[in-house]
Design a protein around this ligand. Structure first.
Ligand SMILES: [Zn+2]
Length: 262
Protein backbone atom coordinates (compact mmCIF):
# COMPACT_ATOMS: atom_id res chain seq x y z
CA UNK A 1 0.00 0.00 0.00
CA UNK A 2 3.04 2.26 0.30
CA UNK A 3 3.01 3.30 -3.34
CA UNK A 4 -0.68 4.02 -3.26
CA UNK A 5 -0.33 6.25 -0.20
CA UNK A 6 2.43 8.17 -1.92
CA UNK A 7 0.31 8.83 -4.96
CA UNK A 8 -2.65 9.91 -2.83
CA UNK A 9 -0.42 12.27 -0.87
CA UNK A 10 0.69 13.83 -4.15
CA UNK A 11 -2.87 14.27 -5.32
CA UNK A 12 -3.91 15.77 -1.98
CA UNK A 13 -1.43 18.69 -1.82
CA UNK A 14 -0.79 19.81 1.73
CA UNK A 15 -2.66 23.01 2.44
CA UNK A 16 -2.51 25.48 5.27
CA UNK A 17 -3.80 24.10 8.53
CA UNK A 18 -4.47 27.59 9.86
CA UNK A 19 -8.22 27.14 9.88
CA UNK A 20 -7.78 24.23 12.26
CA UNK A 21 -5.97 26.27 14.88
CA UNK A 22 -7.71 27.05 18.12
CA UNK A 23 -7.16 30.58 19.45
CA UNK A 24 -3.92 29.13 20.61
CA UNK A 25 -2.03 30.15 23.70
CA UNK A 26 1.15 29.43 21.77
CA UNK A 27 0.33 30.27 18.14
CA UNK A 28 3.93 29.89 16.97
CA UNK A 29 4.11 26.27 17.95
CA UNK A 30 0.65 24.75 18.19
CA UNK A 31 0.61 21.24 19.48
CA UNK A 32 -0.55 18.36 17.33
CA UNK A 33 -3.69 18.19 19.43
CA UNK A 34 -4.52 21.79 18.60
CA UNK A 35 -3.86 21.33 14.90
CA UNK A 36 -5.88 18.17 14.48
CA UNK A 37 -8.67 18.42 16.98
CA UNK A 38 -11.60 16.60 15.39
CA UNK A 39 -14.00 18.54 17.63
CA UNK A 40 -12.64 21.78 16.20
CA UNK A 41 -12.87 20.44 12.65
CA UNK A 42 -16.56 19.61 13.13
CA UNK A 43 -17.33 23.06 14.51
CA UNK A 44 -15.39 24.80 11.73
CA UNK A 45 -17.11 22.65 9.12
CA UNK A 46 -20.47 23.89 10.39
CA UNK A 47 -19.36 27.52 10.55
CA UNK A 48 -17.79 27.53 7.08
CA UNK A 49 -20.67 25.74 5.36
CA UNK A 50 -23.68 27.65 6.67
CA UNK A 51 -26.89 25.68 6.23
CA UNK A 52 -25.00 22.77 4.66
CA UNK A 53 -22.88 22.53 7.79
CA UNK A 54 -26.00 21.21 9.48
CA UNK A 55 -26.40 18.32 7.03
CA UNK A 56 -24.33 15.15 6.70
CA UNK A 57 -22.48 15.65 3.39
CA UNK A 58 -22.82 11.93 2.63
CA UNK A 59 -26.42 10.98 3.46
CA UNK A 60 -28.02 14.43 3.95
CA UNK A 61 -29.58 13.71 7.33
CA UNK A 62 -29.64 16.57 9.83
CA UNK A 63 -26.52 16.78 11.96
CA UNK A 64 -25.64 19.80 14.03
CA UNK A 65 -21.86 19.51 13.68
CA UNK A 66 -20.26 20.79 16.87
CA UNK A 67 -17.56 19.94 19.38
CA UNK A 68 -19.87 17.17 20.59
CA UNK A 69 -21.94 16.07 17.64
CA UNK A 70 -21.01 14.49 14.32
CA UNK A 71 -18.09 12.25 13.36
CA UNK A 72 -14.88 12.86 11.47
CA UNK A 73 -13.99 9.93 9.23
CA UNK A 74 -10.55 9.11 7.88
CA UNK A 75 -11.95 8.62 4.39
CA UNK A 76 -8.90 6.63 3.32
CA UNK A 77 -8.46 4.54 6.50
CA UNK A 78 -5.34 5.05 8.58
CA UNK A 79 -4.52 1.34 8.55
CA UNK A 80 -4.23 1.17 4.76
CA UNK A 81 -3.04 4.74 4.08
CA UNK A 82 -1.04 5.95 7.09
CA UNK A 83 0.49 8.84 5.12
CA UNK A 84 -2.95 10.46 5.01
CA UNK A 85 -3.71 10.16 8.72
CA UNK A 86 -3.49 13.90 9.35
CA UNK A 87 -4.16 15.22 5.87
CA UNK A 88 -7.09 17.67 6.01
CA UNK A 89 -8.47 16.41 2.67
CA UNK A 90 -8.74 12.95 4.22
CA UNK A 91 -10.80 14.12 7.20
CA UNK A 92 -14.46 13.92 6.28
CA UNK A 93 -17.15 15.20 8.64
CA UNK A 94 -20.12 12.81 8.52
CA UNK A 95 -22.98 11.73 10.74
CA UNK A 96 -22.33 8.89 13.20
CA UNK A 97 -24.50 6.52 11.12
CA UNK A 98 -22.44 7.00 7.94
CA UNK A 99 -19.23 6.35 9.84
CA UNK A 100 -20.71 3.58 12.01
CA UNK A 101 -20.01 -0.18 11.94
CA UNK A 102 -23.00 -0.89 9.69
CA UNK A 103 -21.71 1.48 7.01
CA UNK A 104 -18.32 3.06 6.28
CA UNK A 105 -16.35 2.33 9.49
CA UNK A 106 -12.92 0.98 8.41
CA UNK A 107 -13.82 0.25 4.77
CA UNK A 108 -11.35 1.44 2.17
CA UNK A 109 -12.90 3.55 -0.62
CA UNK A 110 -10.53 1.77 -2.97
CA UNK A 111 -11.81 -1.68 -3.83
CA UNK A 112 -8.85 -4.06 -3.64
CA UNK A 113 -9.59 -5.48 -7.07
CA UNK A 114 -9.15 -2.00 -8.58
CA UNK A 115 -5.67 -1.44 -7.17
CA UNK A 116 -3.25 -0.80 -10.01
CA UNK A 117 -6.01 -0.02 -12.50
CA UNK A 118 -6.33 3.75 -12.11
CA UNK A 119 -8.13 3.24 -8.84
CA UNK A 120 -8.53 6.94 -7.98
CA UNK A 121 -11.00 7.18 -10.88
CA UNK A 122 -13.23 4.75 -9.03
CA UNK A 123 -13.95 6.85 -5.93
CA UNK A 124 -15.60 10.17 -5.16
CA UNK A 125 -12.78 12.07 -3.47
CA UNK A 126 -14.87 14.15 -1.07
CA UNK A 127 -13.09 17.49 -1.44
CA UNK A 128 -12.15 17.11 -5.10
CA UNK A 129 -15.04 15.39 -6.82
CA UNK A 130 -18.62 15.98 -5.70
CA UNK A 131 -21.01 13.07 -6.13
CA UNK A 132 -23.89 15.55 -6.26
CA UNK A 133 -22.72 16.67 -9.69
CA UNK A 134 -22.70 13.16 -11.16
CA UNK A 135 -25.56 11.41 -9.41
CA UNK A 136 -29.31 11.33 -9.90
CA UNK A 137 -31.78 9.64 -7.61
CA UNK A 138 -34.76 7.77 -8.97
CA UNK A 139 -37.62 5.87 -7.42
CA UNK A 140 -37.97 2.37 -8.88
CA UNK A 141 -40.71 -0.16 -8.46
CA UNK A 142 -39.79 -3.72 -7.58
CA UNK A 143 -40.43 -6.00 -10.57
CA UNK A 144 -41.84 -8.66 -8.22
CA UNK A 145 -43.94 -6.78 -5.68
CA UNK A 146 -46.39 -4.12 -6.78
CA UNK A 147 -45.87 -0.73 -5.12
CA UNK A 148 -42.70 -1.94 -3.42
CA UNK A 149 -40.53 1.11 -4.08
CA UNK A 150 -36.82 1.69 -3.73
CA UNK A 151 -34.38 4.55 -4.23
CA UNK A 152 -31.92 3.89 -7.05
CA UNK A 153 -28.69 5.88 -7.46
CA UNK A 154 -27.96 6.45 -11.13
CA UNK A 155 -25.34 8.37 -13.11
CA UNK A 156 -26.45 11.92 -13.89
CA UNK A 157 -25.63 14.01 -16.97
CA UNK A 158 -22.43 15.40 -15.38
CA UNK A 159 -20.70 12.03 -15.22
CA UNK A 160 -18.19 10.14 -17.31
CA UNK A 161 -17.57 6.46 -18.05
CA UNK A 162 -16.33 5.89 -14.50
CA UNK A 163 -19.33 7.39 -12.75
CA UNK A 164 -21.23 4.10 -12.48
CA UNK A 165 -18.22 2.50 -10.84
CA UNK A 166 -17.88 5.43 -8.42
CA UNK A 167 -21.56 5.09 -7.50
CA UNK A 168 -21.14 1.36 -6.84
CA UNK A 169 -18.18 2.12 -4.62
CA UNK A 170 -20.07 4.83 -2.73
CA UNK A 171 -22.96 2.43 -2.15
CA UNK A 172 -20.52 -0.26 -0.98
CA UNK A 173 -19.13 2.19 1.61
CA UNK A 174 -22.32 3.80 2.87
CA UNK A 175 -25.28 1.54 1.86
CA UNK A 176 -27.03 4.69 0.73
CA UNK A 177 -29.58 3.12 -1.60
CA UNK A 178 -30.91 0.76 1.07
CA UNK A 179 -30.78 3.40 3.81
CA UNK A 180 -32.60 5.91 1.61
CA UNK A 181 -35.12 3.29 0.49
CA UNK A 182 -35.94 2.73 4.17
CA UNK A 183 -37.06 6.38 4.39
CA UNK A 184 -39.80 5.80 1.80
CA UNK A 185 -42.07 3.86 4.15
CA UNK A 186 -42.05 6.64 6.74
CA UNK A 187 -42.72 9.19 4.01
CA UNK A 188 -45.67 7.14 2.78
CA UNK A 189 -47.09 7.11 6.30
CA UNK A 190 -46.61 10.89 6.64
CA UNK A 191 -48.60 11.49 3.46
CA UNK A 192 -51.29 9.04 4.54
CA UNK A 193 -51.58 10.82 7.91
CA UNK A 194 -52.11 14.13 6.14
CA UNK A 195 -54.72 12.45 3.94
CA UNK A 196 -56.60 11.16 6.97
CA UNK A 197 -56.65 14.66 8.37
CA UNK A 198 -58.06 15.98 5.09
CA UNK A 199 -60.76 13.32 4.95
CA UNK A 200 -61.70 14.12 8.57
CA UNK A 201 -62.06 17.74 7.43
CA UNK A 202 -64.60 16.63 4.81
CA UNK A 203 -62.63 16.02 1.59
CA UNK A 204 -64.72 13.79 -0.72
CA UNK A 205 -63.49 10.90 -2.94
CA UNK A 206 -63.92 13.18 -5.98
CA UNK A 207 -61.74 15.88 -4.41
CA UNK A 208 -59.11 13.44 -3.13
CA UNK A 209 -56.82 13.34 -6.23
CA UNK A 210 -56.53 17.16 -6.27
CA UNK A 211 -55.96 17.36 -2.51
CA UNK A 212 -53.41 14.54 -2.69
CA UNK A 213 -51.47 16.46 -5.36
CA UNK A 214 -51.48 19.53 -3.11
CA UNK A 215 -50.04 17.47 -0.24
CA UNK A 216 -47.35 16.01 -2.50
CA UNK A 217 -46.45 19.38 -4.06
CA UNK A 218 -45.99 20.96 -0.64
CA UNK A 219 -43.79 18.06 0.49
CA UNK A 220 -41.75 18.15 -2.72
CA UNK A 221 -41.05 21.87 -2.31
CA UNK A 222 -40.26 21.81 1.40
CA UNK A 223 -36.92 20.04 0.93
CA UNK A 224 -34.00 22.24 -0.09
CA UNK A 225 -31.27 19.67 0.41
CA UNK A 226 -31.96 18.87 4.05
CA UNK A 227 -32.67 15.48 5.60
CA UNK A 228 -36.10 15.40 4.00
CA UNK A 229 -34.71 15.52 0.50
CA UNK A 230 -35.55 11.85 -0.05
CA UNK A 231 -39.13 12.81 0.76
CA UNK A 232 -38.83 15.40 -1.99
CA UNK A 233 -37.45 12.85 -4.48
CA UNK A 234 -40.32 10.49 -3.68
CA UNK A 235 -43.04 13.15 -3.85
CA UNK A 236 -41.69 14.50 -7.15
CA UNK A 237 -41.76 10.97 -8.56
CA UNK A 238 -45.33 10.52 -7.32
CA UNK A 239 -46.44 13.79 -8.93
CA UNK A 240 -45.47 12.38 -12.32
CA UNK A 241 -47.99 9.51 -11.89
CA UNK A 242 -51.55 9.70 -13.21
CA UNK A 243 -54.45 10.45 -10.85
CA UNK A 244 -55.57 6.83 -11.18
CA UNK A 245 -52.16 5.54 -10.14
CA UNK A 246 -51.92 7.98 -7.23
CA UNK A 247 -55.31 6.90 -5.91
CA UNK A 248 -54.19 3.31 -6.27
CA UNK A 249 -51.13 4.10 -4.13
CA UNK A 250 -53.11 6.19 -1.62
CA UNK A 251 -56.67 4.77 -1.69
CA UNK A 252 -59.34 7.08 -0.31
CA UNK A 253 -61.03 4.16 1.50
CA UNK A 254 -58.09 3.56 3.85
CA UNK A 255 -58.09 7.21 5.00
CA UNK A 256 -61.05 6.74 7.34
CA UNK A 257 -59.31 4.08 9.38
CA UNK A 258 -56.97 4.64 12.28
CA UNK A 259 -53.32 4.03 11.23
CA UNK A 260 -53.00 0.60 12.80
CA UNK A 261 -55.94 -0.78 10.79
CA UNK A 262 -55.25 0.92 7.46
ZN1 LIG B 1 -24.62 10.58 7.07
Amino acid sequence: MGLLSTSLAQIFPLRSFSYLRIGSKSPKSPSGKELFSSALLRRKFRELNGEFGRVCPVCARDVYFSEWEGDVDHYFPKSAHPALTFHPYNLLPTCADCNGPKNKFFKDPIDRKDVGAGELRTVFLPYLRAASQEVELDVVESPDVELDLKIAINPGPGGDRWTRKRIENMDRLYNLSSRWSGILEGTYEDIETEGRQKRAEGVTPEEWPVVLREILSAAAKSTGGRSDFIKGVYCSWLLERSDAKLVEIFPYQTLSLPPEEA
